[in-house]
Structures are given as structure tokens and as C-alpha cells.
Design a protein around this ligand. Structure first.
Ligand code: AMP
Length: 219
């Protein structure tokens, strides 16, 4: 399946995409992870993105459109993909249409993770990410077995620079202004599916799985 996960920061898009990747083998494409990796490696992309990412601003569309165009041309995406954190603007959504058209593919569904700002602020303060492969944990809701260590690869967990409270508030404003309009954009095409993302991780996963099953059956 070709999927877009849409919704605010801290809605659980990355957590659910990782579960779907692990259990169903659909590759997760997280533009945020790609940018953080590039920043860590100090590549040209990383240098271009660093200031915007750390301030909670969006990285310019032309950079993101180039990045996703290249990624979708890699062979592992032929059996499907989950776009996690892309598109975030109307320009990015239109560019995605063009890339998919050129590849003779289309989106099966856009999953909208609906969650309140209050929940987001509460969640992001406790989010921790592993250094090696960006596995996601939460100090309270999804703690690792050994504090500060990733369950999967044992690497250290850290708090993202942009998960500090002030930056989170700014990222939320950016989300409401620039990304939320995409909900209506995809709803009007009849491919939007809404998930209650306030629920617990496994309950959200069960709802997601059921929704995908129904989509496959109606094809
Ligand atoms: P995320 O991990 O999805 O929360 O992304 C972290 C940060 O990376 C965002 O706050 C943006 O600065 C940047 N970023 C990730 N994806 C995009 C995108 N599609 N467009 C612009 N900036 C992005």
C-alpha cells in the first residue's frame, strides 16, 4: 500500500509507521529522520536543514521535494511505502502527485492522526529517540526496558532538540498554518481516513490495521 501519514507532531505517526514496517514490511519514509541523519553526518543536506529543524521551521519545499523524489525512486518502495512527515505544505502535496504520476503509482490512503494540542504537548516532553535507528520511546507511556537504552539496538536515547517545550509550541503553530489544510485537500479526493490518535499505541495500531484491511478489500 502507498500511504501518507498526516497529522501534528507527537500524534504517533512515527510510532505507528515503525510498527507497520516491522509487522507488515511496508517501508517507513520519515523525512524528519532523513534530515536528522543528514545533520548528524554533516552532509550538504544536513547543513542546509539544521537551522530550520532546530528552530521548528519547515525546511524549504524545493529541498524536500528533491529529497522525496529521489527516495521514492529507490526499489524498496515498489511494494509500497508510508510517508511519515511528508507532505507538509500544499506545494509538497502537488509535487508528490507529479512524482507518483511519473512513476505510474498513486496513493491508496492518507491517514489523518487526530489528536488535541494538549495531548501533544504532554507527549513530546517525554519522547526519547534512539541514536542508531530513531526508534521511538516515551519515559511514561512507552518506556524502554533499560532506562536510557533502546530495546532494539541498545543505543543511547536522547531528547530531540526540537522537542523542547518552546519549540514544540512553535512547531504546532506551523502545523496548524501550513500542514492542516492538507486534511481538506485529501478529504476532497476521497482518500482521507481519520484515526483517533488519542488512544494507546496498540489500540491505534488495531484501528489502523482494520482500516487498511477494509481498504484492501474494497479495491
Ligand atoms: P519530524 O521528525 O517529522 O517531526 O520532522 C522534524 C523537522 O524536520 C520538522 O520540524 C521540519 O523542520 C523538518 N521536516 C521534516 N519533514 C519536513 C517536510 N516534509 N517539509 C519541511 N520540513 C520538514
Amino acid at each position: 500500500m502507498n500511504l501518507v501519514f498526516l497529522g501534528p507532531l507527537g500524534a504517533g505517526k512515527g510510532t505507528q509507521a515503525q510498527l507497520l514496517q516491522e509487522r507488515e514490511g511496508i517501508p517507513q519514509i520519515s523525512t524528519g529522520d532523513m534530515l536528522r541523519r543528514a545533520m548528524g553526518e554533516g552532509t550538504e543536506l544536513g547543513r542546509k536543514a539544521r537551522v530550520d529543524v532546530n528552530r521548528g521551521e519547515l525546511v524549504p519545499d524545493d529541498v524536500m521535494i528533491g529529497l522525496i523524489g529521489e527516495r521514492l525512486r529507490e526499489p524498496d518502495t515498489r511494494r509500497g511505502f508510508i510517508l511519515d512527515g511528508y507532505p507538509r505544505t500544499l506545494g509538497q502535496a502537488q509535487a508528490l502527485d507529479r512524482v507518483l504520476q511519473a512513476l505510474e503509482r498513486s496513493l491508496d490512503a492518507v491517514v489523518y492522526f487526530q489528536v488535541s494540542d494538549k495531548t501533544i504537548i504532554h507527549r513530546l516532553g517525554g519522547r526519547r529517540v534512539c541514536r542508531k535507528a530513531a526508534h521511538i520511546f516515551h519515559v511514561e507511556f512507552h518506556p524502554p526496558r533499560i532506562p536510557g537504552r533502546c530495546d532494539f539496538d541498545g543505543s543511547g536515547l536522547f531528547q530531540r532538540e526540537d522537542d523542547k517545550e518552546e519549540t514544540v509550541r512553535h512547531r504546532l503553530e506551523v502545523y496548524h498554518r501550513q500542514t492542516e489544510p492538507l486534511v481538506e485537500f485529501y478529504r476532497s479526493r476521497g482518500i482521507l481516513e481519520t484515526i483517533n490518535a488519542e488512544a494507546e499505541i496498540e489500540d491505534v495500531y488495531a484501528a489502523l490495521r482494520e482500516m487498511l484491511r477494509a481498504r484492501v478489500e474494497s479495491r
